[in-house]
Ligand binder design. Structure first.
Ligand code: ATP
Length: 236
């Protein structure tokens, strides 16, 4: 069974103003557990919309989305929040860390929210889990630093630790290296490749062919449609 299965997914904006934009137009897609997939395409082609629907941040106008076999496209806000907290980790271009929280506190946040959906995690357990994640992303001893005291690459590592601490099924990243210089971005990609090698499904929206080259598959989009699903390295 595919981890992600989209059937005929369409997302229309502006239909109520008689100015419809088909951000996604009848998209079919399957992603298996353990894949590392890049989503590429020109600006406005629907990449972020697709990632947001896969990440249950947004709902399609039409179509079906099976996540681990469960149809999730019609869930209400609270149900979607639970799916996100339990199953999905997000990484954004500009890190989206809370400025007044330390690295460790930022990483603990999804574990605190989890108490709304599942058994509460104690403060001690949260600390152990966050400290372990800091070690895994190469930031041992940075626990008490705030985002302003960290470099861009370090902030992205904290964001990756926060995305992974709740052991989601997949990590979704929207231009994760877009705000970083090339060398720092390369370090972030090496980290994401290692995370994928440990079995985590990773999906990355990128404009950068060097980023996509780290992935095993590249999905190309144009005008809200997927125009190719090629395995990297294979001639289509
Ligand atoms: N909230 C919204 N309201 C109206 N139109 C939107 C909204 N979000 C996206 N769109 C439109 O949907 C289309 C797809 O946008 P999307 O952000 O998914 O593209 P993208 O490929 O991620 O672009 P970029 O590479 O520039 O980030 C665009 O035409 C965009 O203007």
């Amino acid at each position: 069974m595919a981890l992600i299965k989209l059937k005929n997914i369409t997302k229309v904006y502006g239909a109520e103003k008689d100015l419809p934009t088909y951000a996604l137009d009848s998209v079919d897609l399957e992603i298996q557990e353990g894949e590392m997939v890049a989503i590429m395409g020109p600006s406005g082609s629907g990449k972020s919309t697709l990632l947001n629907i896969i990440g249950c941040l947004d709902k399609p106008t039409e179509g079906e989305y099976f996540l681990n076999g469960d149809e999730v496209s019609q869930l209400n806000r609270n149900q979607l929040a639970k799916v996100r907290n339990m199953q999905i980790g997000f990484v954004f271009q500009h890190f989206a860390l809370l400025a007044d929280h330390t690295a460790q506190e930022n990483i603990e946040l999804p574990l605190i929210y989890r108490g709304q959906f599942s058994t509460k995690i104690s403060r001690d357990d949260r600390e152990v889990m966050a400290v372990e994640m800091l070690k895994q992303v190469g930031l041992k001893d940075h626990n008490y630093k705030r985002p302003s005291e960290l470099s861009g690459g370090e902030q992205q590592r904290v964001a990756i630790a926060r995305a992974l601490v709740g052991e989601p099924n997949m990590l979704l990243a929207d231009e994760p290296t877009g705000a970083l210089d090339q060398k720092t971005g390369e370090g972030i990609m090496e980290l994401l490749v290692n995370i994928n090698k440990q079995g985590k499904t990773v999906i990355i929206v990128t404009h950068d062919p060097k980023v996509a080259a780290h992935c095993s598959r590249t999905i190309r989009m144009e005008d809200g449609k997927i125009i190719s699903y090629d395995d990297n390295g294979k001639i289509e």
